[in-house]
Ligand binder design. Structure first.
Ligand code: TMP
Length: 262
């Protein structure tokens, strides 16, 4: 399989074509951005960790029947994925109130929600990814009612699975963002999970201390982002001990070594 030309470059990832029909390469960069690109930096090793963590979560999700774009790991920063037409919507699931929910509606930070709350945002950097209703999505044909029903059902299952998975390793899944795409095979088109699931796209708090183990470390200038992501990878069982993860002081490792796929 040969890597072809760059098809698309986003804030944290690049998509390259391949010579295999229907497959593309997703490359994870070290770039970190927040607040719609107003704040940015490069954090050495972030892409490697997100590549591995996203692979692990998506593989687990496919084992419980959540179809997704992941095909196989290529190297530390790249994975082979199915080429899909990404819906222009960010799907957010919240279990605990924080972030824009507390700012927008004055909900008290840390409020545990009785049920998962779904929010939909229009993916448009110029407009700052505004929150939208399901009616906007169907009115402007960004997705059909049937597709949305399928996605809501998948969101519930993804959330249930991930809450349990993280709970088992002492982490609260506070909220997360996912994206979906249309996969065309012959005459058939189906909606599958795409993009990534990583500490860049989730809020993850240590169960005992509420310590943030996600991109809020960058958004809120808390520092030590790499040790926090390594902590997540280590607890998921996908980081070698020699990667120098000592959770108290979080000294920066020389290199990040990740376990190979099984
Ligand atoms: P928010 O509280 O800032 O709306 O974020 C909700 C969740 O979505 C949180 O887990 C972070 C994630 N997220 C992204 O992955 N990309 C984004 O562009 C934004 C705004 C949030």
């Amino acid at each position: 399989m040969k890597k072809g030309k760059k098809l698309y470059e986003g804030k944290a990832k690049i998509i390259y074509s391949t010579d295999s029909k229907g497959l593309v390469i997703q490359h994870f960069k070290d770039d970190a951005t927040a607040f719609n690109n107003q704040k940015k930096t490069v954090i050495d090793g972030k892409g490697v960790l997100n590549n591995r963590i996203s692979e692990h979560i998506l593989k687990n999700l496919s084992q419980i029947g959540i179809k997704n774009h992941f095909v196989k790991n290529i190297n530390m920063r790249e994975q082979l994925i199915k080429h899909v037409e990404i819906l222009p919507i960010e799907f957010i699931v919240r279990n605990i109130a924080t972030g824009s929910l507390t700012k927008r509606l004055g909900i008290i930070e840390g409020t545990v929600l009785d049920n998962p709350l779904f929010e939909y945002c229009f993916k448009n950097d110029k407009l700052g990814d505004p929150i939208i209703s399901k009616e906007h999505i169907t009115t402007f044909s960004w997705a059909t009612k049937k597709e949305l029903e399928k996605i809501d059902n998948m969101l519930l299952r993804i959330n249930d699975f991930m809450v349990g998975m993280f709970r088992g390793i002492g982490i609260k899944l506070v909220d997360f963002k996912v994206e979906f795409g249309r996969l065309k095979t012959g005459q058939k088109t189906e909606i599958i999970l795409a993009d990534e699931i990583s500490p860049d796209t989730c809020r993850l708090w240590d169960s005992n201390t509420d310590k943030k183990l996600d991109k809020d470390r960058f958004r809120k200038n808390l520092g030590n982002l790499i040790p926090a992501y390594q902590e997540v990878a280590k607890r998921l069982g996908i980081l070698h001990e020699e990667a120098n993860v000592r959770h108290v002081n979080f000294s920066k490792p020389k290199s990040v070594k990740l376990k190979k796929n099984k």
